[in-house]
Ligand binder design. Structure first.
Ligand SMILES: [Zn+2]
Length: 452
């Protein structure tokens, strides 16, 4: 047997444990896992001292192309994902213009994405107040899931994304249940958050420590509770994105125990930074829901370590630097964190090395569970016949995040200057090496569309 690639001597993260085995890759697939593979190969990769695990499946990424390509594009965004150890991503229906709320808009995006991606990709359709009659065409066109906002989506530009009213949410969930689609929801109460923010600005309370008070824990919990009620009533599969509080996680667990089909994600920034850190980092670390104060963050850590958060996403949500720097205060700055390039290494350092999470649980959090939930049967684990989407992770390398190493179109990050004690050293997408720590991005944009 002549393999394309053999990965030797690594600590391979399999579904049932970490084993020292070799992996043979042929025609983009994992075709052999054995204690020792002695056959020939075009390329032999020595993974001694490193973990070999499934690449991250980042189900929450904003690329902004077409229409707002000055923020991010498929080429730059997918390079950053590849460099960070992500092998597939699902792109959000907002920030591009027009928003992905009908087939016409999806076609524009498919066209823009076609030849530019270094990793595999899929799309969301949006649920907004005027597109209930477009959900079916989006579903038929292959979107993997739908996304809606309960909080204000933050723009009044024509063609941009808008948040749902209760009627749209109810009717939309009925329709998505029929279509067997998952609704992913940004869950914060729009009325409470927008009016509290306006009040805080009027009163001049605009510091980093004020911001989480203007988007309080109850605004998240109330929105989650409403969505859970409607999911129970309509039978719609529900996924709550970027949760920031233990209280919301507990509400989700309770509903799940009562039979609601619901999952929940959180993001590295809720674990790696707190509101106290935002005082120092500034608007680069502004996002919604906000980074919480330390005691709230500590409770979220407990949920993660107790297995109550299903998976991790980046919510890579870039913008031009002026939108971060030219605002009068934190409240006026654009919200969204550029993070796609530092998910795996950062969370491996914080959760596995510093807090003792098992490597197997880590692989579930970044790959296996999202692949199962989003129905990607070829992805999410290292086993024979799956796509060879594999990363090498060196737990003994350290590096400092530097602006010049970022692949984002806008080279800023909340993590600039941060030392991370772990490093992704290689990213392989369907058997193609797309990133190597010595050479950077290599090869061609071989990313392919994943459809439902
Ligand atoms: Zn987002």
């Amino acid at each position: 047997m002549m393999f394309d690639i053999i990965i030797k001597n690594g600590n391979v993260v399999l579904r049932d444990g970490v084993k020292k085995v070799d992996i043979g890759i042929k025609n983009e697939k994992i075709t052999c896992i054995a204690e020792q593979i002695t056959d020939e190969a075009n390329e032999v990769i020595d993974a001694s001292g490193q973990y070999v695990m499934p690449g991250m499946i980042d189900t929450h990424v904003h690329i902004s192309e077409p229409g707002r390509t000055e923020w991010e594009g498929f080429e730059t965004g997918s390079k950053a994902l590849a460099a960070g150890g992500t092998t597939s991503y699902v792109e959000m229906p907002l920030n591009a213009l027009p928003a992905t709320v009908n087939k016409e808009a999806l076609d524009l995006k498919l066209d823009a994405a076609k030849t530019q991606n270094y990793v595999d990709y899929a799309f969301y359709g949006g649920l907004v107040p005027d597109n209930l009659d477009k959900l079916e065409e989006l579903s038929d066109a292959g979107v993997l899931a739908f996304k809606a906002f309960l909080s204000n989506a933050g723009s009044d530009i024509p063609g941009d994304f808008t948040n749902v009213d209760d009627y749209t949410l109810y009717k939309g969930m009925q329709k998505l249940a029929e279509l067997d689609q998952i609704l992913c929801l940004h869950a914060e109460n729009a009325d409470i958050t927008s009016k509290l923010e306006a009040e805080f600005i009027r009163e001049g309370k605009t510091s980093a420590m004020d911001y989480p008070d203007a988007r309080p824990v109850i605004a998240e919990v109330e929105a989650v509770q409403k969505a859970l009620l409607l999911a129970k009533e309509t039978g719609c599969k529900l996924h709550i994105v970027h949760i920031s509080t233990s209280e919301a996680v507990q509400a989700i667990l309770k509903a799940r125990a009562e039979g609601v089909d619901v999952t929940v994600e959180s993001c590295p920034h809720y674990f790696s930074m707190s509101a106290e850190d935002v005082e120092e980092i500034g608007a680069y670390a502004k996002c919604q829901p906000p980074l919480r104060k330390k005691p709230v963050q500590e409770k979220l850590w407990e949920e993660l370590l107790n297995g109550n958060i299903d998976w991790l996403t980046s919510d890579h949500s870039p913008c031009t630097e002026d939108l971060k720097l030219q605002a009068d205060n934190l409240f006026e700055a654009w919200g969204g964190i550029s993070g796609a390039q530092n998910n795996v290494d950062l969370m491996f350092d914080l959760a596995v090395k510093q807090r003792g999470l098992s490597v197997n649980r880590f692989a579930e959090l970044i790959a296996t569970t999202p692949a199962d939930r989003f129905n990607m049967p070829n992805k999410g684990e290292i086993s024979v016949s799956k796509d060879a989407d594999i990363i090498l992770v060196d737990p003994n390398q350290s590096y400092t995040v530097k602006r010049e190493d970022l692949y984002y179109k806008n080279k800023h990050s909340a993590y600039e200057g941060r030392k991370i004690d772990c490093r992704v050293t290689k990213t392989i997408v369907r058997g193609h090496v797309v990133f190597d720590v010595e050479q950077g991005i290599v090869g061609q944009p071989i990313g392919k569309l994943i459809t439902k």
